[in-house]
Ligand binder design. Structure first.
Ligand code: NAD
Ligand code: TYD
Length: 350
């Protein structure tokens, strides 16, 4: 029997990873460790939380003593590390939270794994989930490859880059068995409505302005979240130790073009007149240090481990919009509380 620790399992991507593992591997015990920040929501896992192989632990990866005691007690076989502060705009407003969660938190997990696993590294694995944003920003052409030099620009991407370096350092220095994947922008159910797609779905629903940063010309490569979870499963089980894999959808969209697709789909789903939601588009002050373009080359993962994205973007966007419309209670729930304050601070004077 395998005991797998998933950190950040109550968040957006983590909840899809936990669901996949709990359902697909009934002989594994899955431990979801999450602090339940504003982004963590146990509602995301209601459909699996009664399964006998699912365990929830509320805890903070910044607390080193807590982490080492947890590793001592549970003797995990593997770690899939997703817990992080994940929103670029918040990192610009408050970098220290990102340094603590993303760097110190990762080092606490690495130290615990190194200490508890030290005499039996074989058959253990520390899988670190990271982002393509560590590679910086591309011009109009080219792609990020696994050996593209790191060049992060936001406090978020710099903290993730730092955590990636530390994971590699623990492998090179202590022999800790590890894997890293760097993925492009995810979208799909359960994403907190501070990120572009769920924020705009929620605003369209409420007829609120759609705040497009700058001229809307920045480009992102979008991947449906369940395809990311499948990639993580494949890499975790088949990836050669010490390797890095890029994960991406080969699905680049200029923000403004994506927003127009979203507006069209929302008009159809809400029975609004064609072009109605587009009227909400409002150009606002650009994000500081806004990376122009991300584009991932994931051919290593496709060639070596046989993964490829399963969904076309139009299909994925439709599924996503359907989910948010059918789960308005989820949206209303996560946008109550501190959300209003966050929104005003982020957008009032833009
Ligand atoms: P998210 O913000 O939705 O979820 C993060 C989760 O981590 C939340 O459940 C939160 O409660 C938990 N968490 C935060 N700080 C914690 C702490 N100190 N201790 C314990 N738990 C803590 O993030 P996400 O979008 O699901 O991203 C998950 C991971 O994937 C992150 O590491 C992120 O860098 C990476 N990633 C995200 C994307 C994307 O498009 N969202 C793309 C590539 C990589
Ligand atoms: P986001 O979802 O925050 O992801 P990331 O910054 O990690 O790529 O943003 C995606 C793109 O959308 C990015 O270029 C910034 C832009 N954006 C807006 O134009 N307006 C918004 O309100 C948000 C949140 C993002």
């Amino acid at each position: 029997m395998k005991k797998i620790l998933v950190t950040g399992g109550a968040g957006f991507i983590g909840s899809h990873v936990v669901r996949l593992f709990v359902n697909k591997y009934p002989d594994y015990q899955i431990y979801n460790l999450d602090k339940l920040t504003y982004a963590g929501n146990l509602e995301n896992l209601r459909d699996v939380d009664q399964k006998p192989n699912y365990n929830f632990i509320k805890g903070d990866i910044i607390d080193g003593d807590f982490i080492i005691n947890l590793f001592k007690k549970e003797q995990f076989d593997g770690v899939i590390h997703l817990a992080a502060e994940s929103h670029v705009d918040r990192s610009i407003a408050n970098p220290m939270e990102f340094i603590m969660a993303n760097i110190v938190g990762t080092v606490n997990l690495l130290n615990a794994a190194k200490h508890i696993w030290k005499d039996h590294f074989k058959d253990k694995l520390f899988y670190h989930v990271s982002t393509d944003e560590v590679y910086g920003s591309l011009g109009d052409t080219g792609f990020f490859y696994e050996d593209t030099p790191y060049d992060p620009h936001s406090p978020y991407s710099a903290s993730k880059a730092s955590s990636d370096h530390l994971v590699r350092a623990y492998h090179d220095t202590y022999g800790l068995p590890m894997l890293i994947s760097n993925c492009s922008n995810n979208y799909g159910p359960n994403q907190f409505p501070e990120k572009l797609i769920p924020l705009f779905i929620n605003n369209i629903r409420h007829n609120k302005p759609l705040p497009v940063y700058g001229k809307g010309e920045n480009v992102r490569d979008w991947l449906y979240v369940e395809d990311h979870a499948v990639a993580i499963d494949i890499i975790f089980h088949k990836g050669p130790v010490g390797e890095t894999f890029n994960i991406g959808g080969h699905n680049e969209w200029k923000n403004i073009d994506l927003i127009k697709v979203l507006c069209r789909v929302m008009d159809e789903k809400l029975g609004r007149a064609k072009g109605e939601s587009e009227k909400l588009i409002t150009y606002v002050t650009d994000r500081a240090g806004h990376d122009l373009r991300y584009a991932i080359d994931s051919s290593k993962l496709q060639k070596q481990l046989g993964w490829e994205p399963s969904l076309q973007f139009e299909e994925g966007i439709e599924k996503t919009v359907d989910w948010y419309i059918e789960n308005q209670a989820w949206l209303d729930n996560v946008t109550s509380g501190n959300y209003q304050k966050y929104y005003e601070e982020m957008y009032l004077n833009r």
